[in-house]
Design a protein around this ligand. Structure first.
Ligand code: NDP
Ligand code: 2IT
Length: 457
């Protein structure tokens, strides 16, 4: 372990500021992208100070510019016979260490700023997994809520009819994200196969188990998050047994985080959707949440009809006022601001683990770090999903499937490794305990050195 202390050169700070200002100047409206870039670049100052070759070779300027951005029209016909037009995106951000890999999001808030922030984060997250996967992301402003199954299929097929020409098992491998689960992946895979005229299993991950999906992919992001936080707690002599936990969201990541938390003896007292949150002091009944969300596509408010001792409150951010020892934001970006962070700390929170992508605002993260709250940043803590996607690609390539236990054990090991490499990188750059910096630095170094090795491309 190096004992060199952090030296921050004025030149490295200037370099970061210059690159950041140019990002804002070029795309002034892409606020979420600015936020993701700012968080990462600021953490890299000590690295850039110690290693001038990155500035000399314009590594940051290249990193913040996607290799390719695709934006396309998605026309489809709704149940009433009316033509609808949505916008589709795929941002192929960085292929230095492997083919582009990252999810597809269907949500009305999607625009270039959201897809670019997600794609940028994905570069570093995928690097942290230790697997050979580059960074990309895609999506559409299509809103699946309230649509019939036939409408979702019509939209999804139209989306893939354009996307197919840009993806492939060795070039770009999409998966799910908000609004894209097993149903949508199934429709996308069917349409891709039909157009291509071949069964290229490895072109999408998160597939159904009957046609090439991996066991434990559905569970992977939530389980992986809990494994990561478990490592972080263990380093301080804590575990989940008997801890009160609040988990926001009630989608794929939240549900499987709650499942693993309950297996480990935690009491999960709250979860939410975009309408509001439920508080169940006896501990959430996960069978009810799964049925409501995975089968009925219902609102979380309906939980209290079956569990009248629980309370439902409108508005999703009030969830952070519930006292807990551990908080896991697993819904969406910027769902936890500084106010919420202050309330959590005032109520005695010990650890925060980000299941969603960029769920905490920058002031919230800084507040947690100042207060000494154990903080597991998204690109490390939620990397289990894409890691098992990488394992799905391996299984597809070998044309075999591993057991649930085997995939789960590999996931556990990958999360441990990500935790260790983040801790190590933070120590190496004299920021001990700062996993935000550690994850950003560890993720960056592998990508940046690969870029240097491959010349100016
Ligand atoms: P889902 O679509 O399965 O669930 C999303 C959940 O978040 C729902 O409960 C949804 O409520 C809520 N939500 C979405 N948007 C908002 C909003 N604007 N305000 C409040 N609540 C909102 O998605 P996932 O569980 O897959 O994804 C959740 C987060 O985890 C996202 O940030 C995603 O990028 C990230 N992630 C996902 C991975 C995966 O493998 N799926 C991997 C790594 C990260 P409602 O239904 O009312 O909209
Ligand atoms: O944000 C993410 O890491 C994902 N949505 C999962 C990406 C993937 O390729 O499995």
């Amino acid at each position: 372990m190096s004992t060199i202390s952090t030296t921050v050169s004025a030149s490295a700070e200037d370099y970061v500021q210059r690159v950041y200002s140019e990002v804002v100047r070029r795309d002034p409206l892409e606020q979420e992208f600015h936020q993701a870039v700012k968080e990462i670049l600021e953490c890299l100052v000590p690295v850039l100070s110690r290693h001038p070759q990155y500035e000399a070779n314009a590594v940051l300027e290249r990193l913040v510019e996607p290799e390719r951005t695709i934006s396309f029209r998605v026309p489809w016909i709704d149940e009433s016979g009316k033509v609808q037009v949505n916008r589709g995106y795929r941002v192929q951000f960085n292929s230095a260490i492997g083919p582009y890999k990252g999810g597809i999001r269907f949500h009305p808030s999607v625009y270039s700023g959201i897809i670019k922030f997600l794609g940028f984060e994905q570069i570093f997250k995928n690097s942290l997994t230790g697997l050979p996967i580059g960074g990309g992301k895609g999506g559409s402003d299509f809103d699946p809520k309230g649509k019939t199954d036939r409408e979702v299929m019509a939209f999804t097929q139209s989306f893939m009819t354009e996307l197919y020409r840009h993806i492939g098992p060795d070039t770009d491998i999409p998966a799910g994200d908000i609004g894209v689960g097993a149903r949508e992946i199934g429709y996308m895979f069917g349409q891709y196969k039909r157009i291509r005229g071949g069964h290229e299993g490895g072109v999408l991950t998160g597939k159904g188990l009957l046609y090439g999906g991996s066991l434990a992919r559905k569970e992977a992001t939530g389980y992986g998050l809990v494994y990561f936080v478990q490592e972080m707690l263990a380093a301080e002599g804590h575990d989940f047994e008997g801890q009160t936990v609040v988990v926001s969201g009630s989608g794929n990541v939240s549900i499987y985080a709650i499942e693993k938390l309950q297996q480990l003896g935690a009491v999960v007292v709250a979860c939410s959707d975009s309408g509001g949150y439920i508080y169940d002091p006896q501990g959430i009944n996960l069978d009810t949440v799964k049925r409501l969300k995975e089968q009925e596509r219902a609102r979380i408010s309906e939980y209290v009809n079956e569990h009248p001792h629980a309370q439902y409150s409108e508005g999703s951010t009030g969830i952070w006022t519930i006292p807990c020892q551990i908080a896991l934001p697993c819904a969406t970006q910027n769902e936890l601001d500084e106010d919420a962070a202050r309330k959590l700390v005032a109520n005695g929170v010990m650890a925060v683990g980000e299941g969603a992508n960029m769920p905490s605002t920058l002031p919230a993260i800084n507040y947690f770090l100042q207060q000494g709250t154990l903080f597991a940043p998204a690109k490390a803590a939620n990397a289990g999903g894409v890691a098992v996607s990488g394992l799905e690609m391996s299984q597809n390539g070998m044309r075999l499937s591993w057991s649930f236990e085997e995939v789960d054990e590999r996931l556990r090991q990958i999360m441990k490794n990500i935790y260790r490499s983040s801790v190590r990188a933070a120590e190496e750059y004299a920021l001990p305990g700062n996993l935000v910096a550690g994850a950003n630095i560890a993720g960056f170094l592998k990508v940046a050195d690969s870029m240097l090795a491959q010349g100016v491309v």
